[in-house]
Write a new protein. Structure first.
Length: 625
């Protein structure tokens, strides 16, 4: 059972993967995947060595056919000859025979339950009787057990890797596109492993939708506990994209699970050179692991809270905060750190609220944002700037003064450990209070969760804004973004978040801090403020110039707000992972592209050199209608 407030790694069984075991008491392992053709031995070895040199502990290679599977022997031998001992992992889809061959030469083989025996997903609804469904499960067992025997003989580990984007029509027809269906797709194979006494198994459940990914993994852990299974878990957000957006999205999803002690190996999937994934994964694991052995947080889970099926906490709306409103973003005062004109910088802020401290700079005209000032100067600032929306903020030790100030909205800074009787009575008497939840605890997630659960148990329904405080300079911008994303992830997936306020004691540009907050909310599917790009990292199955294509599409569509555009290397996960995207660009063969509108393929096998223009024509045509 997950402890919501105190960090401890989930206990898992140890799996032998070559000379680098995972699970059990081993550290969280880091891995990546090559983008080269697995038939190109020299290129695959060179890229594998770059991944290992960067700190990767496993290297995965796409294995489409028997020829690629057999060439793993040469790749493995060349790596060992060069002194690289990291295990290699074969990535297999659609063909059980390929998996059986790969098991002879790779230290681990990944198979996908969605297409191991079941045919490729076509989004068809199929009705099965119970007897017919049982017959399909027997087909899986008949095909899967021989593979397990080969792996047993060769001491080869396996990964049962479920992808949200490639669930079979059989699973979809019975369970729908739900975490329950995703988990059952995995459990069907795990039950066979357990019956066959085969335990060298790792599991993953991945999705480009972080909500689906996190809730599915939580549910899987619970189901395994019910059936006395303790297999280690591989974490990842598929098609996370590139750059800052890809890092934020990965940290939101992976970080939310790591923070609950879940995860034994991770891969951050970025549409960049694979070795660039390793430092991101390494920093995430180290940042979360530092929480081990923290001071205990003696909190009680709120009655009615459901960790496996969380719903948004019910709150009273105060202005545009809480209730049914999307979470807000609060920024601290924007100075001239990025631009010479500090006033202009404030006016261009996208934040819903700006904390100005003791005073609002002179010369500010009508702003789309509202301002928060310290309660001692609230009345003065309200008189000086009657045209602005200004609200007071109170530290927790100023609760007696709250009722003395009349305002449409008040902010109260709270930390777990403050007398619940005192602040709860204050909030009941002042229903216009927004709580700002802060924490200096080593496990800030646990303490911030604890405060909101305490509020729920006390019957307090005021909205809560989570404040994260950091200390990074501009050179460490990526660390700030990863930490903030990982800290906020679980709070958002729990349904507790009515707003985000990121603070940084350093010289990171205020615009970057603000954009990070909006990026975190978008990554958690809580608020969309820009076009979202669902792009895979590419692999040996990608037969077009993925990175150049991503850059062209992003540049041409950057001003189209609210769209989701999927850019997928191949058909394996393409149509599934982009099921909720507005448009899809999917590799269909060497130099050929298929275009999708939602789940519908609207153009097949377009020459690569024409495909981006055709996609833009499709988007622009739809926007005119």
């Amino acid at each position: 059972m997950t402890d919501l407030f105190n960090y401890k790694r989930r206990e898992s069984s140890e799996v032998n993967v070559g000379g680098t075991p995972l699970g059990g008491n081993n550290p969280i392992r880091i891995q990546s995947m090559t983008t080269t053709s697995t038939n190109d031995t020299e290129a695959s070895v060179a890229q594998s060595e770059r991944i290992i040199d960067a700190g990767g502990e496993y290297v995965r290679l796409t294995t489409q056919g028997v020829r690629e599977a057999e060439n793993l022997k040469n790749i493995n031998a060349m790596l060992r000859a060069d002194g690289y001992m990291a295990p290699i992992v074969a990535d297999v889809h659609f063909n059980p025979h390929v998996a059986e061959v790969a098991a002879l030469y790779a230290e681990k083989v990944r198979i996908n339950p969605g297409n191991y025996v079941d045919p490729a997903r076509t989004f068809k609804s199929i009705e099965y009787t119970n007897s017919e469904y049982a017959g399909e499960l027997r087909k899986i067992e008949e095909r899967f057990v021989p593979f397990l025997n080969i792996c047993r003989m060769n001491n080869t580990a396996i990964r049962i890797g479920v992808n949200h984007g490639s669930l079979s029509d059989r699973i979809m027809s019975r369970y729908g596109d739900t975490p329950e269906g995703i988990v059952e797709s995995c459990m069907e194979f795990l039950r066979i492993c357990k019956r066959e006494d085969f335990h060298n198994v790792v599991i993953s459940i991945k999705a480009s939708n972080t909500v689906v990914m996190v809730l599915s993994v939580r549910l899987l852990v619970s189901r395994m506990e019910e059936e006395d299974m303790h297999y280690p878990l591989h974490l990842g957000v598929t098609e996370a994209g590139e750059g800052e957006d890809g890092r934020i999205k990965s940290a939101v999803g992976i970080g939310a699970l790591l923070a609950d002690g879940i995860g034994d190996t991770i891969r951050v999937s970025l549409s960049e050179e694979p070795e660039k994934e390793i430092p991101v994964a390494r920093y995430l694991t180290e940042y979360i692991s530092q929480r081990a052995g923290h001071l205990p947080i003696p909190a009680t889970e709120a009655k009615g809270f459901n960790y496996l099926h969380p719903e948004r906490r019910r709150t009273v709306a105060i202005g545009n905060i809480g209730g049914e409103n999307p979470p807000v973003v609060i920024s601290s005062i924007r100075t001239a750190d990025c631009k010479e004109d500090g006033i202009e910088d404030i006016m261009q802020s996208k934040a819903d609220y700006i904390y100005a401290g003791n005073s609002i700079p002179e010369g500010i005209g009508v702003s789309q944002s509202s301002f928060i000032v310290d309660f001692q100067v609230y009345k003065e600032q309200k008189k000086l700037h009657p045209h602005l929306n200004i609200y007071p903020i109170f530290p927790h030790n100023s609760i007696p003064f709250i009722s003395q100030i009349k305002a449409d909205m008040k902010f109260l800074v709270l930390q777990y450990g403050v007398s619940v009787e005192e602040y709860a009575a204050c909030m009941r008497h002042n229903p216009d209070i927004v709580a700002v939840c802060i924490s200096n605890h080593r496990n800030r997630l646990g303490e911030q969760r604890a405060l909101v659960h305490e509020m729920m148990n006390a019957g307090v329904s005021n909205p809560v804004v989570f404040c994260g405080m950091y200390a990074h300079n501009a050179a460490d911008k990526e660390k700030f973004q990863l930490e903030a994303s990982a800290d906020m992830g679980a709070l958002m997936f729990d349904g507790l978040c009515d707003g985000i306020w990121l603070m940084n004691n350093g010289d990171i540009c205020p615009e970057i801090i603000e954009d990070t907050a909006f990026g975190i909310l978008q990554a958690a599917r809580l608020r969309t403020t820009k076009t979202e790009y669902i792009s895979c990292p590419g692999c040996g199955r990608t037969l077009y110039d993925l990175r150049t294509t991503i850059a062209r599409i992003k540049e041409a569509t950057k001003d189209m707000k609210g769209l989701k555009i999927a850019i997928m290397g191949c058909i394996v996960n393409g149509p599934g992972e982009m099921a909720d995207a507005d448009y899809g660009y999917v590799g269909a063969g060497r130099g050929k592209i298929s275009l999708y509108r939602k789940k519908e393929c609207v153009a097949k096998n377009i020459p690569e050199e024409e495909a981006v223009d055709r996609l833009l024509e499709l988007v622009n045509s739809d926007m005119k209608q």
